[in-house]
Design a protein around this ligand. Structure first.
Ligand SMILES: [Fe+2]
Ligand SMILES: [Fe+2]
Length: 220
């Protein structure tokens, strides 16, 4: 192995390690935010959906932690305790509809899309560690999207339109706060071999798809 190769290999491991820590921190935060929501969720189906997700996210945290130990990832948190608190505070002050939009359209759907872009570039162990979590995320996105459609179907048309029109701005704000956290995600993604421009394009496309899906009427 020549020097350049060794340097690329060690950059890959450092960056993938940080992305794994970040993904695990986000999953843990989602777990807490969803657990806190159970008590105030509007009905039994919502409570059960959230509770299932809490169990799934806890499983993801365990899978990722086990893998990070084998992979030899530095355990230093990527987002600080204060930032974690700010994220939880954000979710706490949302009403049910905004919670659904921010949690499922933004964090779950767009976050998973970014993780999915990394999978083909990942080493076999990392790939395997993401398999179950990414499968479950599809369930979470489906829960959020269906639930949002259900809530929207009970709203007056003008109110519904106004809510849908506000979603892109909500996503933009959340994305801005995420980028304002001082993480250099571009450098991390590039060090694991991703084309950052393509990755952003894919996430934007996913955003359009998910918005389209939510705005379509509920299937009978
Ligand atoms: Fe997860
Ligand atoms: Fe999830």
């Amino acid at each position: 192995m020549n020097l350049l190769h060794r340097k690329l290999e060690s950059d890959y491991r450092d960056a993938m390690g940080q992305l794994l820590v970040l993904y695990t921190q986000v999953d843990r935060l989602i777990m807490e935010a969803c657990a806190e929501r159970i008590a105030s969720a509007p009905d039994e189906a919502a409570k059960l959906g959230l509770a299932k997700q809490v169990g799934d996210e806890s499983r993801h945290v365990n899978i990722q932690r086990e893998w990070m130990e084998k992979f030899g990832t530095s355990e230093t948190p990527v987002i600080s305790e204060q930032q974690e608190k700010a994220i939880l505070d954000h979710f706490r002050q949302l009403d049910w509809l905004d919670f659904l939009a921010d949690m499922y359209l933004c964090v779950e759907a767009l976050g998973s899309d970014a993780v999915e872009q990394v999978v083909p570039l990942a080493d076999p162990g990392t790939k395997e560690s993401l398999r179950i979590p990414l499968q479950d995320e599809l369930d979470h996105i489906a829960f959020g999207v269906n639930r949002l459609k259900q809530e929207l179907s009970h709203m007056a048309p003008a109110e519904r339109e106004a809510f849908l029109d506000r979603i892109p701005e909500r996503i933009r704000m959340l994305n801005q706060s995420f980028h304002g956290m001082g993480l250099n995600v571009k450098v991390l993604f590039e060090a694991v071999g991703a084309d950052y421009g393509e990755l952003c394009k894919s996430v934007l496309q996913r955003k359009d798809e998910v918005l389209k899906e939510v705005s379509e009427p509920l299937a009978a």
